[in-house]
Design a protein around this ligand. Structure first.
Ligand SMILES: [Zn+2]
Length: 476
């Protein structure tokens, strides 16, 4: 009996030590980063906080949470948790803390002109952090080295922003994007994976015109290197991709062509053709249930990006954050918004709510649902603001606020294999957390009331980050 107990204690202690050893040390911060810092003390204690830990557990009231050297070192009831001597104490009465968001379909670019996506790594990384995103994967890259360089500069404390899982430039077949390369076959796909992962890419994004052969080669080479592959597919069905070993599929079921009856192999029948079949899909029918089972059996995660599709849907509220755009880009989006709201026969009127239902069904069946925003489409998906909106939309889709927060935090970290260090609030984990002036467990819209974003124990002021790019997002 004793032996077993001490063994358990040993394992538990060793677990915490191992976790601490593997968490990266916070880097020294450059003046360019310090300009946005509002809290930086060797030891910071948050008191009287409502803790929502990201696991889906019920909120705990009146908690003390202590951060030291970039990590959470103490969490417990205020009444029974002593404050360390010399701690910088912040009283959070009436406020909540949730884990920093971990979102997986982010971009450092934005639609800025006809067929052109502007490289906005500088402004977007600040906006993501301002919205509470402390870790993100870029889900596709048209910037070449910008994603990789931003990842390194942020990690080194040279620029403000979330930790980045940087994706290589898209792997795609013949396409009409002037910023995208065209693969020449499976061996070429393998070479691209080798080149970009050698350069430091930690994730791969496959796209709408890739062939099964190219996708198989890319997955094989990526997995050989311990790297995951996602896809916004069309030419390859979800079931085919799952069979080839893909790790993740983007945009919920919006991009599935599995139900197009006359689909030709390796050919994209058009996104709209696939979407008609999704809008008409029966979520209780055998075909959908079989696809969900295939994805779950093959451990394929699904990314919800409701924010970008909301901008295509008539009758929805104007998205938040438009004021950070340059005046031209703002006007461009306002015109798109008007056009969308007048479109009486948009497929999105039925497709958008259906897609929500299908994503919920996937998660309820046991699938790993993760979240992102995808700042593309016709514009209006503004980093940071959109990440909060995405969590609200998950609640619209039928998840509880606590489930939605888990999807946007711990689920993302689990997919990225970073859940030992981030994604939930626990002793030994990195101090990545958001202070919210409200209670998002009761009212999810409170997630917009971010007061401070802590990343590795350093508090950032969201207002300063947003002010620094106001009216400029679109230029840099
Ligand atoms: Zn995207």
């Amino acid at each position: 009996m004793h032996g077993i107990i001490s063994q358990l204690v040993y394992v538990a202690t060793f677990g915490v030590l191992a976790m601490q050893a593997s968490a990266p040390q916070p880097p020294p911060l450059s003046p360019a980063v310090r300009a946005y810092v509002s809290v930086d003390a060797p030891v910071t204690a948050l008191t009287h906080a409502r803790v929502i830990d990201g696991t889906g557990a019920a909120p705990r009231e009146d908690q003390t949470l202590v951060m030291r050297d970039g990590r959470i070192v103490t969490m417990g009831n205020f009444a029974t948790t002593p404050l360390p001597e010399g701690a910088h104490v912040i009283d959070l009465t009436g406020k909540s803390v949730i884990p920093g968001l971990v979102m997986v379909h982010e971009h450092l670019y934005y639609p800025s002109g006809p067929g052109v996506y502007g490289q906005l790594g500088e402004s977007f990384s600040r906006l993501y952090l301002s919205g509470g995103v402390t870790t993100m994967r870029t889900g596709g890259n048209v910037n070449g080295f910008m994603d990789l360089n931003m990842m390194r500069l942020i990690e080194a404390g040279q620029k403000p922003g979330p930790a980045i899982d940087a994706t290589a430039p898209y792997l795609n077949g013949p396409n009409s994007f002037i910023q995208m390369r065209t693969l020449k076959g499976p061996e070429d796909a393998r070479r691209q994976v080798q080149y970009w992962t050698d350069e430091g890419a930690t994730s791969l994004k496959t796209y709408m015109q890739i062939t099964r052969g190219e996708l198989a080669a890319a997955i094989n080479e990526a997995h050989r290197r311990g790297i995951k592959v996602t896809g916004h597919l069309c030419s390859v069905t979800y079931a085919e991709a799952a069979g080839l070993g893909i790790d993740n599929l983007e945009h919920g079921f919006f991009a599935a062509t599995d139900f197009v009856s006359d689909k030709k192999r390796d050919q994209c029948p058009g996104q709209g053709v696939g979407q008609k079949t999704i809008a008409a899909l029966d979520e209780n029918g055998a075909p959908f249930k079989a696809l969900v089972k295939t994805l779950i059996d093959k451990r394929v995660a699904l990314t919800s990006t409701l924010t970008v599709f909301e901008t295509f849907t008539p009758g929805r509220a104007k998205p938040p954050g438009l004021e950070v755009l340059t005046p031209q880009l703002r006007e461009q989006f306002e015109q798109n918004y008007e056009r969308t709201s007048q479109n009486k026969d948009s497929i999105y009127t039925t497709l958008f709510p259906k897609a929500m239902t299908l994503e919920r069904a996937f998660a309820r069946a046991g699938g790993l649902l993760i979240a992102g925003t995808d700042p593309t489409g016709g514009g209006g998906v503004i980093p940071g603001f959109a990440n909060q909106r995405q969590v609200e939309l998950l609640v619209d889709a039928g998840f509880t606020p606590l489930e939605a927060i888990s999807i946007a935090t711990l689920n993302g970290a689990t997919y990225l294999r970073r859940d030992k260090t981030v994604g939930s609030l626990a002793i030994g984990k990195q101090a990545d957390l958001i202070v919210i002036n409200g209670n998002p467990a009761a009212t999810i819209a409170d997630i917009r009331k971010v007061e401070t974003v802590f990343k590795q124990g350093v508090g950032y002021d969201p207002a300063k980050l947003i002010d620094s790019v106001k009216g400029k997002a679109g230029i840099w």
